[in-house]
Write a protein that binds this ligand. Structure first.
Ligand code: NDP
Length: 302
């Protein structure tokens, strides 16, 4: 067994057991190699999901199942594959809340490429309204729509969890087929789930359903992080701040300029590519777990 020791590295720093002397493994040795990996990204036709697909493809991943309801998904994927010079992205059109569709996507990816071990369930919606408001016409209090609440929970909380569970099951099946069960630290990491939270997970006026769903994902992340490493799968959550996508543009320029930008340190919306870059870092660095806030310094007023 190699012992941990302190040495001077070539950059002049001091490192304990790192690769500065070329002997012991450092961070480069534990970076997750994506070349044989298969990922599934939901909400992959737009915004953060789309940028994540591009970033994973550029990192050399073997294949990405791109899941979305968008009609233009197959055409956009075809164009992007042509640009990338290989058929790395595989489009799957459907609703992420449909369990049969989800199982079909995994069955098809597994048949064509083998085990699906990376999942970024990014499909999401907002249905913003005050929790209780007084109707100006009737003068009566009105509570937030139960239909909207259930739909947001279904898409933003239940669906990402089930796409994640299906990914862990895919890894588990593959391991059982290879005759291995409990993952051991001598093995490379098998897979990774990156849930998409939000700065709204800490609560946000007008977002009773969305904030509840995003806060719920934190509980799912913590539970899966504890359970899934048995199968060699890490689970982490990223909390993006306001990012320049259709979801945020729908709020309108006035709202963005007056209510969002002044409450960020960068004084601009985050680019979806910046979130995708952080997601790829979380996937590739084997030591990353827990939560990463990529929020442009979001500090909402009370
Ligand atoms: P976008 O609206 O740009 O993209 C989301 C994609 O998900 C759309 O293509 C949408 O399709 C698709 N989608 C929605 N519902 C379903 C469904 N039931 N089945 C399949 N596809 C579906 O959103 P963003 O890129 O902004 O958001 C991505 C994730 O990041 C979401 O989880 C969001 O909550 C989260 N996030 C976003 C932030 C932001 O500021 N943008 C901040 C923090 C978190 P369609 O267009 O047809 O609805």
């Amino acid at each position: 067994m190699k012992s941990t020791h302190v040495t001077n590295n070539p950059q002049g720093g001091t490192t304990a057991g790192g690769n500065g002397d070329g002997e012991a493994p450092g961070w480069r040795e534990s970076v997750v190699d994506l070349s044989a990996k298969v990922a599934v990204v939901t909400g992959g036709a737009r915004g953060i999901g789309w940028s994540t697909c591009i970033a994973l493809a550029r990192e050399g991943i073997r294949a990405v199942g791109v899941v979305d309801m968008a009609e233009d998904l197959p055409a956009s994927v075809e164009q992007l594959n042509a640009k990338l010079g290989r058929s790395v992205l595989i489009p799957y059109r459907g609703d992420v809340t449909n369990g049969d569709f989800r199982r079909q996507v995994f069955a098809d990816l597994e048949k064509r490429f083998g085990c699906v071990s990376i999942c970024v369930p990014a499909a999401g919606i907002t249905r913003d309204a005050l929790a209780v408001r007084v109707n100006k016409d009737t003068g009566e209090p009105e509570v937030y729509s139960e239909t909207d609440f259930r739909r947001v929970i279904e898409i933003d909380l239940t669906a990402p969890i089930y796409w994640s569970l299906q990914t862990i099951a895919s890894v588990t099946r593959s391991r059982l087929q290879r005759g291995v069960k409990r993952w051991t630290p001598e093995e490379p990491i098998e897979g990774c789930i990156i849930l998409i939270g939000s700065v709204s997970s800490t609560g946000n006026r007008g977002q009773i359903s969305y904030a509840t769903a995003k806060a719920g994902l934190e509980g799912a992340q913590a539970t899966l992080a504890a359970e899934a490493i048995y199968h060699g799968v890490r689970c982490a959550i990223i909390h993006p701040g306001y990012t320049d996508t259709a979801m945020v543009r729908a709020l309108g320029e006035d709202y963005i300029n007056s209510r969002i930008l002044p409450q960020t340190q960068l004084n601009r919306l985050i680019r979806p590519e910046e979130i995708a870059h952080a997601i790829v870092f979380m996937i590739r660095n084997a030591a990353v777990s827990g939560q990463l806030w990529v929020d442009a310094g979001w500090h909402p007023a009370a």
